[in-house]
Design a protein around this ligand. Sequence first.
Ligand code: CA
Length: 254
Amino acid sequence: MSTAKLIQPLASLALVLTSSFSYAQPAAAAIFNGHFTQGLEGWQTSGDVSVQPSQPWGSSSPFSALLTTASARGWDDYPESAGSYNFSGFDPTWIDFGQASMEDFLGIPPGSLPENSTHGSAFKQEITVQAGDILEFDWNFLTNERTADYLDYAFVWLEGYRELANTSASLLPSATPFGRETGFQTFSYTFTQAGTYTLALGVVDRIDLDVSSGLLISNVRVNSLVSVPNSSPKLGLTLLGLGGLAAIFRKARS
Ligand SMILES: [Ca+2]
């Protein structure tokens, strides 16, 4: 067989092999606008939620979402002026009462969030994933609280409540407008079952409505481990390709 006749089947085989064994690919459709390059498009919000640039917020990503517990017109952080730590103009949401409570927004029963929660802000998005997909995002909890007695907290709701941090955490001086912070950390969660899930993130005041806290979120992403099931048509094509390649070499040698 001539070299030219060998090249075409080999090229086809290479294409099939490449498409059959790829792995650890980003699942492009699982998260919409996870880097906030389109503002808050694709995210439903409740309370004070905004998108901020990397500086002075200290993120390695060009944009982050910022959620706070600061009211738009109240003196939450006296003696600083009213609304100093509110960045959207929307007041935080009451946690467990009223028609627009945060628990209603999250679709969870009243009392699901920690006791003495007063008000806060949250946002959410529905995501569709495969078993084995890994959700990750970067977060930084910010606070002006000087004592752990007022346990403001940040959380993720993903198949239940998961606390990211509260004011009793080890906190560092912050270069952001807030006084202290945890510093950026990465949250990671592996889905064991395929399906559609609600990802929600929030930050909440406890005991009272004063002395604000915030939550920065950036780089929300889902990574997929693409396996090759035995019944895959691609695998069948690959095996056909390998059979064809063997036949070509047998012919070429004869
Ligand atoms: Ca507070």
